[in-house]
Design a protein around this ligand. Structure first.
Ligand code: PEP
Ligand code: MN
Length: 442
């Protein structure tokens, strides 16, 4: 039995909003409990099986999307652009690895953010920190920063609209493989590194022509499976969106297919771990550089006591300079104990710094190097580098320095739109896919 919300919160939940009006929280939670599911338990099971295959090295997981979605960007252009880039990346990775790619968005629910500080100070004024559109407003005014539980209801509607659009796009012809490949060849033609990427694009072209010549036209050429994921952070929302599956009597979080626990809320005796223990979804846990091999074993025992394949994904985020030292002892311990986990790299969160111009940024080369380190470590140990989770967008923003367009610290000001962490733009995301493809194919 899943504990009720009050019992969970009594365990001490990190990173929760302090709502001024508890009754308004109850009202929002009651509304949410009555809403229909956004995803189905059967889809979550299907994803769990696919992640199990990722863990065995039979597939690769690509997860991407905003650090923080915002309500004002729930529109067709934004969602379509993000989906398009993810599909483009997936085609390149699929070809290079000769493996199916499991496609997952950090979207349709990624609205709540843990923060390292409770407050933010600008020009001598201190206000509560922005915790994502699920909690308060980004605008730097006292009123906007007050947590409002009605926003949780808005998260539901924004997620429903996003997921509806994604389902329509992925099943309604937009994900057609030939079309996605045409977008990739356009990208390669315009890239300053055209020569480096051309060979792969040409090989894909030849493979598609061959398939056409022999009359092969499987359903997979015209539609894709796409899954949603987010950090399950704000417990009143996540708990309200947890339902008992009528087939199995097991609880599922039906607000997203895959949920993860953040680096700041993974305390073994905390409310988030307790909540996640009861979910039947495939789940993830972020693991940062302070984690010891015993911490990781503790997480696996708590979150996956039956040692099921596909149940638990560890998403490591160490930083390019640390991964080659920090990851091996964790992987070795997990392997020695026979514990099933799927290893995924998050090459973003260990590589954040403040640019001289004041923007929070990352270097493209560091992101790439952390992915390379992830492959190097797993290849050396004979274990499986299962996938990557990146913060990206389909738009031409300037939030990360480097990449073929050579955005420098001054260029960041040109179009910096992220409300929390910097994202790879369209071109940087595609470059990353082509470069990771080279790692996958050796
Ligand atoms: C995130 O994924 O946006 C995030 C906050 O990550 P972490 O919990 O690893 O810091
Ligand atoms: Mn982030």
């Amino acid at each position: 039995m899943i504990p009720d919300l009050a019992a969970l919160q009594a365990l001490g939940a990190a990173q929760q909003p302090t709502y001024p009006d508890p009754q308004a929280v109850d009202t929002a939670v009651a509304k949410l409990r009555g809403f229909p599911p956004l995803v189905f338990a059967g889809e979550c099971d299907e994803l769990k099986d696919k992640i199990a295959a990722v863990g065995r090295g039979e597939s690769f997981l690509l997860a991407g999307g905003d650090c923080a979605e915002v309500f004002s960007q729930v529109n067709a252009d934004n969602v379509r652009n993000k989906l398009r880039v993810l599909l483009q990346m997936a085609v390149v990775l699929t070809y290079a690895g000769s493996l199916p790619v499991v496609k997952m968005g950090r979207l349709a629910g990624q609205y709540a953010k843990p923060r390292s500080s409770d407050t933010e100070t600008r020009d001598g004024v201190t206000l509560p920190a922005y915790r994502g559109d699920a909690v308060n407003g980004f605008e730097f005014t006292e009123e906007s920063r007050i947590p409002d539980p009605q926003r949780l209801v808005e998260v539901y509607h924004a997620s429903a609209a996003t997921l509806n659009l994604i389902r329509a796009f992925t099943n309604g012809g937009y994900a057609d493989l030939r079309q996605v490949h045409t977008w990739n060849t356009d990208f390669v033609r315009e890239s300053p590194f055209a020569q480096r990427y051309e060979q792969m694009a040409n090989e894909i072209e030849k493979a598609l022509e061959f398939m056409q010549a022999i009359g092969a036209d499987p359903d997979e050429f015209h539609r894709v499976d796409f899954y949603s994921s987010h950090e399950a952070l704000v417990l009143p929302y996540e708990h309200a969106m947890t339902r008992i599956d009528s087939r199995t009597n097991d609880p599922y979080n039906v607000s997203g297919h895959f949920l993860w626990i953040g680096e700041r809320t993974r305390q073994l005796d905390g409310a988030h771990i307790e909540y996640f223990k009861h979910l039947s979804n495939p789940i993830g846990c972020k693991v940062g550089p302070s984690a010891t091999p015993d911490d990781v074993l503790g997480l696996a025992n708590a979150l996956n006591p039956k040692n099921e394949e596909g149940r638990l994904t560890l998403i490591t985020r160490f930083g390019a300079g640390k991964i080659r030292d920090v990851l091996p002892p964790l992987v070795e311990k997990v392997r020695a104990e026979g514990v099933n986990v799927t290893w995924v790299t998050d090459p973003m969160h260990g590589n954040t710094f403040e640019a001289s111009t004041g923007f929070k940024t990352r270097r493209f080369t560091d992101v790439l190097d952390e992915v390379q380190g992830f492959f190097d470590v797993h290849r050396a140990l004979g274990t499986v580098p299962g996938g990557m989770m990146v913060e990206m967008t389909g738009d031409d923003v300037t939030e990360i320095v480097g990449g073929g367009e050579e955005i420098d610290e001054h260029g960041l000001a040109h179009r910096y739109e992220s409300v929390v962490d910097p994202r790879l733009n369209r071109v940087q995301s595609l470059e990353l896919a082509f470069l990771v493809a080279e790692m996958l194919r050796r």
